[in-house]
Structures are given as C-alpha cells and as structure tokens.
Design a protein around this ligand. Sequence first.
Ligand code: FAD
Length: 341
Amino acid sequence: SEQEIVTDVVIIGAGPVGLFAVFELGLLDIKCHLIDILDKPGGQCAELYPEKPIYDIPAFPEISGQELTDNLLKQAEPFGPTYHYNRMVNELEKQDKGDYLVKTDAGETFRCKVVVIAAGGGSFQPKRPPVPNIEDYENTSVFYAVRKMDDFRDHDIVIVGGGDSALDWTLNLAPLAKSLTLVHRRDSFRAHTDSVNKMRALVEEGKINFELGQIASLEGENGQISAVNIKNADGEKSLPATRLMPFFGLTMKLGPVANWGLNLHENLIEVDTEKFATSEEGIFAIGDINYYPGKLKLILSGFHEAALMAQAAKKIIHPDEKVVFQYTTSSTKLQKKLGVK
Ligand code: FAD
C-alpha cells in the first residue's frame, strides 16, 4: 500500500456537481482531491451524452455535456484540485480525531476532515462479458481500464468491442504491445470514424490484427490468461493472449456507497437542506446521489447544494475562521484567489 495523501476534502465523484464543489470550496480556501472510477471528468454528462445539448443550465441557453464539463474544469482550475481517475472509492473509515480515511481499489489512502459524496447515479462499472470464469482473471490479466500503460508493454493483447474505448486503447497500446488483436462481432464500429480509419490503417500495415467474432472462452491458470478463444462464422479460433480488455459498455451501480452506514432513502443518501449533511458528521452528499423532500435530479440543484455544503464544510475544516459573505464581482480577496486580480 502507498503513502497516505493528506487533504482537506475528498470528493467522491468528478461529475458536474463534484467539479463545481471544487470551486465553491476553493473560494473558502479549502483544498480538494477528487476520485472517480471513470477515466475522465464529467460523470453522466461526459459518459452518457457528451454531444447532446442541455437547455436548462442557468445562463447557457444551450451547452453540450462535454462543453459544460470543460467549463467546470476551467472554473475549478485556480484552486489546483488533484484528480484521480480509474479508481473506485471502496472504504470510508472514521478516525478518533474526526478525520476520515478514504480508500480506493488502487491501494491509495486519503486522510481528510470532510468527505463530499457526489456519486451521482452511482459508480460507472464495466459490464462483464458473458464468458465462463472471467472473474478469475480480472485485474490480473483481464482489465476493463488502463491504469498504467506499462502493464501492457510486450504483451499479447486482445481488445474486444467496437466503441470509442475499444478503438482508443487499440490505437494507444498498439505501439507497445508484442501483438495486438481487436475483436468485434461486426465489421462496423460505433467509435469515431477517425479512430476507425487509423485502426484499419494499422491492420493494413500488418501492425495489428482484426478478427470478426465473439469471445467464447479463456485459457489460463492462476489468474494469468494464455489464450482467448473466439467464435466466428467459420467456427472457433484461438488467439494467444496475455492481456484481455473487454469493452462492453458501462452500467451505473450504487456500489460501495451503500456500505458506509449512512441513512438511505431508496438507495439515495438522506441529507438536510441547510447543509446537505448526511447522518454522519463531516460527510456531505450533493447532486443526484442525495435525497430530501422536493429533490429534483438536475445539475442546477447540485450546484446550489455544493455552495451550501461548502459553507458548512468550512466550519469543520477551519472552525476558528469567520466566513464573511462576499460577491466575486466586488471582493478583491475572492478575485485574488481566482487569479484575476
Ligand atoms: P454524476 O454525473 O452521476 O457523476 C457521479 C460520478 O461519481 C460518476 O462519474 C461515477 O463514476 C462516480 N462515482 C460514483 N461512486 C463512486 C465511487 N464509489 N468511486 C469512484 N467514483 C464514483 N440534467 C439536467 O440538469 N439537464 C438536462 O438536460 C439533463 N439531461 C440528461 C440527459 C441524459 C441522457 C441523462 C442520463 C441525464 C441528464 N441529466 C440532465 C441529469 C444530469 O446528468 C445529472 O443530474 C448529473 O449528471 C448529476 O451530476 P452528479 O455530479 O451528481 O453525478
């Protein structure tokens, strides 16, 4: 296990609401680390509808999910948040002095005074393909995300799928693989045309292989695969493989949030509407993951919740500092923090 990372606040989830919380906390001199199981910021906006226009963000008559995400990142930038992607928060432990330890499935431990759960519709988790015993190889030789490219160097890699993740990783891993085979059930792809063209060019040059088919079974032992057997129109074919990456899309699951002893209301975290605090002192819940009477699962509600949560978090993190209400338009103090003065 690695060293403990010490920070004021850990935000679980880098969706639009988690991102805006960085800004509201930053104005109050509070530093954040954000953790998301996705490989990018933006939550549902970036994963489910990056190119669709949203029409009900105040003062943006029309903005796409990705543009909204990019703007939120830019707005948070002056406060220097640290983003940790491709990892799931699976444990939350209260310590004696009121600190929390937040642990991820990548082995990190964060120590903080306040935890902000901005987990939205739950954690995006990869769909497991229907292949017998695939669980036995997960995270040792079968991966649904790339944490370190070097773990794939000089391997016989098989990638399965036809979407952007499958194509992006095919292109990124091709230069360092011993061999790379992309498997898809059809010869048409959902991924961007540009990526598809680049992939076809690599096949043409003999740098990678493409196989039509579906994975049928795996061979291997002790967590290490040695071959991927695929079914296609001609029957079965065995591909030598020491790394397999299936990309079958994502589902949202509440995940570990349910195990943290917080009061829940139909799988959502109960909060008050003054502070958006949960039943545990120092743990807040904002955005789609929370419940209170009248809750609307809209981005604008999450933004408001982030602002009030930040005021309450301030009292826990800097109990001796008085918070003076200020406008960003007129406060030189706030403008200095934003780097515009
Ligand atoms: P999310 O966007 O769900 O982000 C939560 C993040 O937390 C996710 O990335 C997830 O992976 C991560 N996470 C959860 N648990 C863990 C964990 N244990 N460890 C690590 N990471 C974790 N809203 C509007 O206001 N206007 C619209 O027009 C609109 N249109 C929509 C259209 C579609 C198709 C969909 C699906 C939703 C739409 N919404 C719209 C809803 C809006 O997207 C949500 O309200 C918003 O995304 C909620 O933001 P959030 O930050 O609370 O959560």
